[in-house]
Design a protein around this ligand. Structure first.
Ligand code: KG4
Ligand code: ZN
Length: 342
């Protein structure tokens, strides 16, 4: 009997502040997953500085790729394709990964598959849930995006809800800055909240009229800023842990309510979560309690696969590859690429 041929993809991710490469087998098995984080560097400036991010990517990318190949025990000759994030993201950062992927594709005569970063986040769910198949609904909560997506099929996405203003991660980052926690805000709020009372302050849970799956986080962010200013003006001390926990609960309540509503309305038997904010402990807890109560199967990648990584890009690239997606050497970075566009 002929042995089944496996598909090995080298994936590259450089859309923001992580330089990452991974080798993924058949879209679901991660042979290596190398992430070089720039967080410490950007912390000095209170947020990601785009030009510094690009410069750091160009310094690190070859080492990160070599480590990913070595970790997987493979060479370029063993690969079937190169997958790379080409948008959305910071243009200078994306260009480093795209140029690198094109150079490898040309030199090693390997097919090139450009991947949408958010498709990558969604596909992170396939890695640890081997049984997960579309259709399912995915709540995408990252630094730049908050979407409710119906995943109709591999590579077929319908966005049914989106944020009208700030993304969930952006709200975490801005509130963290206001509390004085610094960058990156999400993980710091997550940690500080454990010492706070989530019911101490009632921050608003916004609904968007006639758009039950849309989100708006600018109101809760402003409410936190007003609360902090009010306390400071009155000379009252602020219990920062209570503020963090109460803000976090307000955001999580809305994310959970909208996601559950969407699953019930669309009668789709499964909910997945994706993106950096999906690594938030309170969100994972309250989403899993709600799903248990409603009898909805819930999928959520391990935290390391929620935040930016290349294994998720390898998973997405695999499904694009077997669907026939190929990009030429004219592939460019597309900073505002829309989900589902090719
Ligand atoms: O998906 P991601 O790594 O990058 C983007 O594609 O944007 O998401 C980064 C965002 C940041 O806003 C960060 O503060 C947030 O995810 N984040 C978190 C946590 N870890 C990362 N937010 C809340 N709780 C966390 N534990
Ligand atoms: Zn991301």
């Amino acid at each position: 009997m002929e042995e089944k041929k496996h598909i090995l993809i080298l994936a590259i991710e450089s859309s923001c502040d992580e330089t990452a490469a991974a080798v993924v087998k058949d879209g679901r098995e991660v042979l290596s997953n190398v992430i070089s984080s720039q967080i410490a560097l950007h912390t000095l400036y209170g947020g990601v500085v785009p030009e510094i991010a690009s410069r750091k990517h160009i310094e690190k990318i070859n080492y990160v790729i070599q480590e990913a190949l070595d970790g997987a025990g493979v060479g370029l000759k063993d690969l079937d394709a190169i997958g790379v994030t080409y948008g959305p993201g910071l243009v200078g950062a994306l260009l480093v990964g795209v140029a690198e992927a094109k150079a490898i594709s040309y030199a090693a005569k390997l097919p090139l598959v450009g991947v949408h970063h958010i498709e990558g986040h969604i596909c992170a769910n396939y890695i640890e849930n081997k049984e997960l198949e579309p259709p399912f609904i995915c709540l995408v909560v990252s630094g730049g995006h908050t979407h409710l997506v119906v995943v109709r099929d591999y590579g077929t996405y319908e966005i049914i809800g989106r944020t009208r203003d700030d993304a969930a991660g952006e709200a975490f980052d801005k509130v963290a800055r206001a509390i004085g926690l610094g960058y990156p805000g999400g993980p710091k709020i997550d940690k500080l909240s454990r010492e706070g009372n989530p019911d101490a302050i009632c921050f608003p849970r916004a609904r968007v009229a006639d758009a039950p799956y849309d989100f708006s986080f600018s109101g809760v962010k402003s409410a936190v800023l007003n609360y902090l200013n009010g306390c400071r003006m009155r000379g009252e001390s602020v219990n920062e842990a209570d503020v963090a926990a109460s803000f976090q609960k307000a955001v999580c309540d809305v994310l959970v309510a909208h996601a559950i509503q969407a699953v019930q309305d669309y009668k789709i038997p499964g909910l997945a979560m994706a993106g950096g904010v999906a690594s938030n402990n309170a969100l994972r807890k309250s989403m899993s309690a709600a799903c248990e109560r409603e009898g909805i199967p819930l999928y959520c990648p391990s935290p390391i696969l929620c935040t930016d990584n290349a294994a998720m890009i390898g998973a997405a690239a695999y499904y694009e590859y077997i669907n026939g997606t190929r990009h030429g050497l004219d592939l460019n970075a597309v900073p505002n690429l829309r989900l589902g566009e090719r």
